[in-house]
Structure formats: structure tokens, C-alpha cells
Design a protein around this ligand. Structure first.
Ligand code: CO
Length: 430
């Protein structure tokens, strides 16, 4: 396995929820000398300074102030949330006079079937009473704790003919025997390192325990939970950290809540990014409007590779393949923000970086997903391109992608963040 894939799988494994992903990225930035800023403070920023800010502990914006004056912002966005099941407040639910299950609610739109018959656990954040304050702790119960069992084929002979999943009945994980009732509170408190009576409230989610692997005759593929979009979050961050100084402010944006439409205080459809850009302008004596107009956004969210068993779902022309490089996404009605100019900018950056590009459009009669680009640019209206890495089984709890494409993204992101990018009436210099 390459070092890049080992690091990616370690990051995914240590990031069962958006809180953990955000905390791990913050640690990575801190170890590289980035200073955390808080939204509750006024920001004073120095030329040559490296900073980041978090909102809700799940969204993060990192940036560097160049030593010399700058033109605009070179932004790159990915998301750190993935579809999962959230535990209800009082989750324990008896069944058949013998079992204890946990009651869950859907977060985002997942493929349900892959969640069945595999070991699961619970992670997220809890609030605790500590020294007269409410404090937040991240927990990860690192053991095989739960499993959602299928019904045997003998009991449902139509199971292979297309199954409709009823979340309230089919997707409740088995937690233990009747003796397990009341145990979750103690397990959660222990993971938080506090007494059960000091836990006030929780945001807890299921996650699959299956570790990531590299597979295929020539190790062509990588499979892991949450590749959408931790693969891009990781790739953008590594490229950002590896990049040298250019003539713009490089801005790394990791947003939560993409899977539920981004309209939360910390999602792409919030004022988090535009607030940060205003603060940077204010602290560096820049005019916001002209600086924003000189800026560019790359929205990085995974894309669909052509499927080995179902190539008919792909467009007849645009058929991304794994390890074929970065996918530029197109949509005539602008769910993807790419246009001829932004495609040209990104394709030229990839050409400079020696990274192959390919193209994706939804098959013309299929409705695709949404992503971050058109949502963030509604708040900061800048030229934007939608890209992603090709993958299979999007929104399964175990997805497959190309084992070489993360390295492609890191190279392209590095080249992007340090490029000249100067917009003049005559054209765009890279
Ligand atoms: Co995504």
C-alpha cells in the first residue's frame, strides 16, 4: 500500500463522524504550525501567518496570509459528513421479550443494505457537566458493539427481488439481551471519562467497524467507509499543506451537513465562509468586493465512476474510470457550477501538475446529487468549478475508489493553491 493510501485509511479510521474528522484535520494543521482563531474574538492577522477557525467543531476554514500583498482568495471546499444513523435521545428499545435494540433515525440518504450484518459501533459528541460548566467531549466506542441482522431468506423469499427498507423496523441495531437495557448510558459515560449522571445530552451516530483495504489484482482500488467525502477532505488538506506561497490567500474549507442540504449554521449554506473572508479582508486592509471578484473556488466532492456491472447508468460519453484522474463535473442547469472558463482554469492547473482529468455529466434522463459549489457561491459569488474523485457505491457504508486518485488530488490541490491566478481584463494568468 502506498504511504498516501495508508495515511488516508488511518484518517478515515480515526474519523467515524464529522466531529472526529474536523478534530483530526485541526490537529494536522496545528502540527504544521497553524494557529486556531475563534469566532468569538477579533482576528488580528500577520503577513506570513497560518490560521484556521472551526464552527460547531464540525466545519473548518484554514488559510495563510502571504508575506506580500495578494490578489484574491483561492478556495477549495470538501465535506466531512457522511450518511449514517443517529441515535435517538432514549435509544434503548426492547424487542420480542428478549432483545435490546437501539432506536435510530436516518442522517442523509444512504444505501441501507450494506449496513446489515456487519459489526457497528457508536461515535459522536456528548455534553457533560464538569466544574460548573457545560463541556463537549468527543467519544468513539472502539469495540464491536452492534449489528443490524438481516431476515433469513427462508422467512422472506422475496428478499432478492428488490427490498424496501422501513427505517423504524428494519434498521434498528441489536445491542444485547434484555440485560443490556440501561447499559448504553454507562458505556457512553465511560468513553467520555465521566460519571453517567454528568452526561447531559448527546449527538451520537452509528459507524461501520470494517477497516479500509486496498484490493484488486494490481491493488488498483481502495475500499473504506466515508470515502465520500473524506477522500477529498484529506486530499485537499494535504495539497493545501504542501503548497508554497503564491500571490493569493489559499483557503481550505471543510463543511459539515452536505448530506442534509448544507442549510445549518456550519454548513456550506451558512455565513461561515463569507464571515471568514470579510474578517481576512478587514485584518489585511483589503476591499472585500474587489478581492472576492479576484477569487476562485474549487468544490471537491466525489463523483460516480462507470459501474462494472451497470455501465448503462453512466452517460454515453462522459464515463469516468477509477485511477483515470480528477473528474470535472458538468450540469447544464448548474447544479454543478463548472462553466467553460472555470473548466479551463482547473484543467490548466491539472495539466501543470501532470494530473489527468476526465469529465462527468449525469445520464441526461437521471437527476444527480447536489454538492457544495453552487451553495457556497450563493454566499460568495465567485467563479467556481465542481470536481471529485471517481468512486463506486456512493452512500454505501463501504465505498470503492481508485488507489491512485488521492495522490492525483493532492498534486492538483498543491499546484492550485500556489498558482499565480491573476485575473485581468485581458485574461487569467496562472
Ligand atoms: Co459528497
Amino acid at each position: 500500500m502506498t504511504e498516501t493510501n495508508r495515511k488516508l485509511l488511518d484518517f478515515i479510521d480515526a474519523s467515524p463522524t464529522a466531529w472526529h474528522a474536523c478534530a483530526n484535520l485541526a490537529k494536522r494543521l496545528q502540527s504544521d504550525g497553524y494557529q486556531e482563531l475563534f469566532e468569538t474574538d477579533r482576528w488580528s492577522l500577520c503577513p506570513g501567518g497560518k490560521y484556521f477557525a472551526r464552527r460547531n467543531g464540525t466545519s473548518l476554514i484554514a488559510f495563510r496570509i502571504p508575506k506580500d500583498d495578494y490578489y484574491g482568495f483561492l478556495m477549495m471546499a470538501a465535506h466531512d459528513d457522511s450518511p449514517s444513523f443517529k441515535l435517538r435521545g432514549k435509544p434503548e428499545s426492547p424487542s420480542a421479550g428478549y432483545y435490546t435494540r437501539l432506536s435510530v433515525e436516518r442522517y442523509g440518504s444512504m444505501l441501507c443494505a450494506p449496513w446489515l450484518d456487519r459489526p457497528l459501533s457508536v461515535a459522536g459528541r456528548v455534553t457533560v457537566r464538569e466544574g460548573g460548566k457545560i463541556t463537549v467531549k468527543l467519544i468513539n466506542i472502539q469495540r464491536d458493539l452492534l449489528l443490524i441482522p438481516n431476515l433469513a431468506i427462508h422467512m422472506d423469499r422475496t428478499a432478492n427481488d428488490g427490498k424496501k427498507y422501513d427505517i423504524k423496523a428494519d434498521m434498528l441495531p441489536l445491542f444485547g439481551s434484555e440485560n443490556a437495557a440501561g447499559r448504553l448510558e454507562a458505556i457512553v459515560a465511560e468513553a467520555a471519562g465521566v460519571k453517567p449522571e454528568d452526561v447531559i445530552s448527546t449527538d451520537l451516530y452509528l459507524y461501520p467497524r470494517t477497516p479500509g483495504v486496498v484490493f484488486g489484482a494490481d491493488e488498483e482500488f481502495i475500499a473504506a467507509p466515508r470515502l465520500d467525502d473524506l477522500q477529498c477532505a484529506f486530499g485537499c488538506t494535504e495539497g493545501f499543506l504542501a503548497s508554497g506561497e503564491g500571490k493569493n490567500v489559499p483557503v481550505l474549507c471543510i463543511f459539515d451537513n452536505e448530506e442534509v442540504g448544507s442549510t445549518t449554521k456550519q454548513g456550506a449554506n451558512s455565513d461561515f465562509l463569507v464571515d471568514a473572508l470579510w474578517r481576512i479582508c478587514e485584518a489585511t486592509g483589503h476591499d472585500f468586493y474587489s478581492t472576492a471578484a479576484a477569487s476562485f473556488m474549487v468544490s471537491a466532492d466525489n463523483a460516480h465512476a462507470v459501474h462494472p456491472n451497470h455501465p448503462e447508468y453512466a452517460d454515453s460519453q462522459d464515463r469516468p474510470r477509477m485511477n483515470g484522474g480528477i473528474v470535472i463535473k458538468h450540469h447544464a442547469n448548474q447544479k454543478y457550477t463548472t462553466d467553460a472558463v472555470t473548466e479551463a482554469v482547473f484543467a490548466e492547473i491539472c495539466r501543470k501538475a501532470g494530473v489527468p482529468v476526465q469529465h462527468y455529466s449525469n445520464r441526461a434522463d437521471l437527476r444527480g446529487g447536489t454538492t457544495l459549489g453552487n451553495i457556497s457561491t450563493a454566499h460568495v459569488s465567485v467563479d467556481s468549478v465542481d470536481i471529485g474523485l471517481p468512486q463506486l457505491a456512493m452512500h454505501s457504508c463501504y465505498e470503492t475508489a481508485g488507489s491512485e486518485d488521492t495522490a492525483h488530488l493532492i498534486r492538483a490541490a498543491k499546484t492550485y493553491f500556489e498558482c499565480e491566478f491573476h485575473r485581468t481584463p485581458e485574461g487569467i494568468e496562472l
